[in-house]
Structure formats: structure tokens, C-alpha cells
Ligand binder design. Structure first.
Ligand code: SF4
Ligand code: SF4
Length: 393
């Protein structure tokens, strides 16, 4: 039994990632693939006892339809739910969306209908509880969703996507949804440095230690993720108890250096897992068959660009990446303004009210990209100035 908060018993052993081919989202195909993956991981008995309640933690970033690849696909969620339910395990599910009411987001993304069919209740992610994590890298005191703390264990069901701030989002980043509501923005504000923020992601994942990580990579998101990118067929489901190894296999699949992702480097150094391909055993279907070198992602180290944040503003503005609004797409909905964690707002309407669309004040902007993450119109993208591209190749 792999228990929550158990010490890593796999020291000096290879981390295992199971890769299962799944070419489409029909329920029958997905259910067969999920069953195969969990069987290859040793079966449900490895992750739950009969009298326990497990939390299914999908990615419910925003209320978008499943075809947009923003959220965990409902067929994957249902397949995982069925496998555990069939073994008599009690389940609840939930996430703290980037924006919107959790129930509405669950409904729009198609998960609520599946959960209702399986009688899996949506649980409370709005209220949190303070915990102390003595072994934390940066966040000794954390407020996490009660639901995540009260469950006997967590099954994380992440979505394979690009991410403007961290390069990719997958198993490790999925844990950030266990921070309730607006506290997420507070963390962005407190941890402006990318290394601090990524250490926080590692702390949360290490504290909660989900028992099993599953990644929906059947149709992933490339380009301007995690909400505004494009769907990309990758045709795989990934399974592992090591979130760093699982994300590293995602990187291998898209021909992206895992050490470009700060939280994977930090996760490896801190012992959360390994992103070194020589320390990962991939079993199931043949990884090589699914590698997509044409996957759209900025193939540059994330860290170098964000470290330049500490430079004076006038230098910063000509070399480091920044969010930009495409005013042809902007509908002036105001979500970016609402989401910006800076009290004075680094993206805002100019004096004169909301008649004009929001504008950036880059001298205030901490480059957290919460605005880009949340824009419902794909109007915000992150651009790197020419000089930055030259310096940080
Ligand atoms: S969130 Fe997007 S669409 Fe809404 S105001 Fe900001 S840029 Fe415009
Ligand atoms: S403007 Fe956007 S990137 Fe800049 S601080 Fe605000 S939310 Fe973050």
C-alpha cells in the first residue's frame, strides 16, 4: 500500500511510469486503457483500502467544454472513478478552479454529469485549513483545501498542457489546485521568483503526496497554454506514483528538456522524484512511437528568462517575456484585471472607466501570467522581446 505522507521507499530504485496508448475519447476505449494502466501499476489494491475515501483531483482550471483540452476529459475521469468504485472505494472529487464557481466549472467541463452517474459527490475546495510542513523547502505553513486534507488519499488526474509560467503543467502543478480560491493569487504575489514559486509547488505535492498520478494526454494542449492553446493529439495516458518522473516522460514525449522546467529540477533535487530519464523505467506501450517533435512549446529554459526579473525595469522590459493583449480578440470582460494579484493592478482600465480595454503597466508586472492563464478569449499571449531571445537562447 502506498500511503499518504509515507517516506519515499524507492530510493536507489528506478521510478516507474506506465504509458498506455489511447487514440480517442470514446468511453469504451478510455475505460479499457485506464483499466490496463492501473493493472500495470499493480491494481487498485496498491492505492486504496476498502473502508477509505479517496479524492479524485482532476484539472478543472476553468469552465470550458472538453474539446478545448483545458480540463481533464470527462471520459478519463469516469473511467478512473469506475475502476475504484468497482473495488468498493468511496470517492469524492473536486478542484479549485482558476476562475469561477467549482460546481459550474465541473458542469461545463462535463465532469459533473459523469460524477453524478457514478454517485461521486463534489467536495469542498473553498475552505482551507492551515497545516505545518516541517520538511518544506519554502512554505512551512500552508493553507490547503479541507477536502484534500480530509481524504485518506488522493488520485491526481492531470491534463497534459503547456504553461506560460512553468513551461508545462502536469502532475506536480495539478497539486496547486488544492490551494483554495484567491489564496493562489496570494502565493503568486508572495513568491514572485520562479524558483520560490516552483519550490512551493514541490512543497504542496510533497505534503499531499497523491497515491497515484494519472495524466490525460489523449488530446493535450500545445502553444499558448494552459487555457488558450490548441488541442494536440498525443494519444497516451500516463500513470505513476512519482509525479516528477511522470512529468519528465511528458517532456520526453514532446522532445523538451525536463530540466528546463524549474519545478522538475527542484523536485528532483529535493527528493520528490526524478526527472532523469536514466532513472525512469517506462513500461506499457513503446514511448518512442508517441514522441512529437512538432509539439508547440517555447524550447528555452524557463528559469533564465524569469531570473532576469530582478533587473531594473527599463532593462527588464526589453529582454524578458511579457503578457500582451490582442485587442482584436479582447471583449473587455475584465477577468485579467480581476485575476492580477498586484494590489495596484499591473493590468487595468485606464482612468476613465471601463470604456477602453485594459492596458498593461509593465513596471508593476511581476510576470506571473495569471492574466494570460485566465483570459477566456485567447486574447493574451506571452511574447519574448528580440533581445531576450538572443540573450537567453
Ligand atoms: S481577460 Fe482577455 S478578453 Fe477579458 S479583458 Fe482581459 S484581455 Fe480582454
Ligand atoms: S499583469 Fe498579468 S502577468 Fe503581470 S502581474 Fe498582473 S496577472 Fe501577473
Amino acid at each position: 500500500m502506498i500511503m499518504k505522507n509515507s517516506p519515499d521507499s524507492k530510493k536507489n530504485m528506478k521510478s516507474r511510469v506506465v504509458l498506455v496508448e489511447c487514440p480517442e475519447y470514446t468511453q469504451e476505449t478510455v475505460s479499457r486503457a485506464v483499466q490496463k494502466g492501473i493493472d500495470l501499476m499493480g491494481g487498485v489494491g496498491q492505492f486504496a483500502r476498502k473502508n477509505e475515501t479517496l479524492l479524485l483531483k482532476p484539472n478543472l482550471l476553468a469552465g470550458e467544454s472538453p474539446e478545448k483540452s483545458v480540463t481533464t476529459h470527462p471520459t478519463v475521469f469516469k473511467a478512473v472513478g469506475e475502476v475504484f468504485k468497482n473495488q468498493g472505494i468511496r470517492l469524492v472529487y473536486g478542484d479549485s478552479p482558476g476562475i469561477g464557481n467549482p460546481e459550474k466549472v465541473a458542469r461545463k467541463s462535463g465532469l459533473k454529469a459523469m460524477a453524478d452517474e457514478l454517485n461521486i459527490p463534489l467536495t469542498d475546495f473553498k475552505t482551507g485549513r492551515k497545516v505545518t510542513y516541517a520538511r518544506a523547502l519554502v512554505a512551512r505553513h500552508l493553507t490547503l483545501a479541507r477536502a484534500a486534507l480530509d481524504a485518506h488519499g488522493i488520485i491526481s488526474i492531470s491534463k497534459m498542457k503547456t504553461h506560460a509560467l512553468t513551461g508545462i503543467t502536469g502532475a506536480v502543478k495539478n497539486s496547486f489546485g488544492c490551494v483554495p480560491g484567491f489564496l493562489k493569487e496570494e502565493f503568486h504575489l508572495k513568491m514572485k521568483d520562479i524558483n520560490l514559486f516552483c519550490s512551493l509547488l514541490v512543497d504542496i505535492t510533497a505534503y499531499l503526496r497523491p497515491r497515484l498520478h494519472i495524466m490525460d494526454g489523449i488530446v493535450a494542449m500545445e502553444g499558448n497554454g494552459p487555457r488558450s492553446g490548441d488541442p494536440k493529439n498525443m494519444n497516451v495516458l500516463l500513470f505513476s506514483t512519482d509525479p516528477v518522473a511522470l512529468d519528465s516522460v511528458f517532456c520526453q514525449l514532446i522532445d523538451f528538456n525536463p530540466l528546463y522546467v524549474p519545478y522538475l529540477k527542484i523536485g528532483q533535487e529535493s527528493g520528490l522524484g526524478t526527472c532523469n530519464p536514466t532513472e525512469i523505467e517506462v513500461s506499457g506501450d513503446d514511448l518512442k512511437k508517441f514522441i512529437r517533435t512538432d509539439f508547440k512549446i517555447k524550447r528555452r529554459p524557463i528559469q533564465k528568462l524569469t531570473l532576469a526579473q530582478n533587473l531594473p525595469h527599463f532593462i527588464k522590459n526589453i529582454i524578458i517575456s511579457r503578457p500582451m493583449i490582442d485587442y482584436r480578440l479582447c471583449t473587455n470582460c475584465g477577468s485579467c484585471v480581476l485575476q492580477c494579484p498586484i494590489p495596484e493592478k499591473a493590468v487595468n482600465w485606464k482612468t476613465g472607466g471601463k470604456k477602453e480595454k485594459p492596458r498593461y503597466d509593465y513596471s508593476r508586472c511581476i510576470r506571473c501570467y495569471c492574466c494570460q492563464e485566465i483570459c477566456p478569449e485567447k486574447a493574451i499571449s506571452v511574447k519574448t522581446p528580440f533581445l531576450g531571445k538572443m540573450i537567453f537562447r
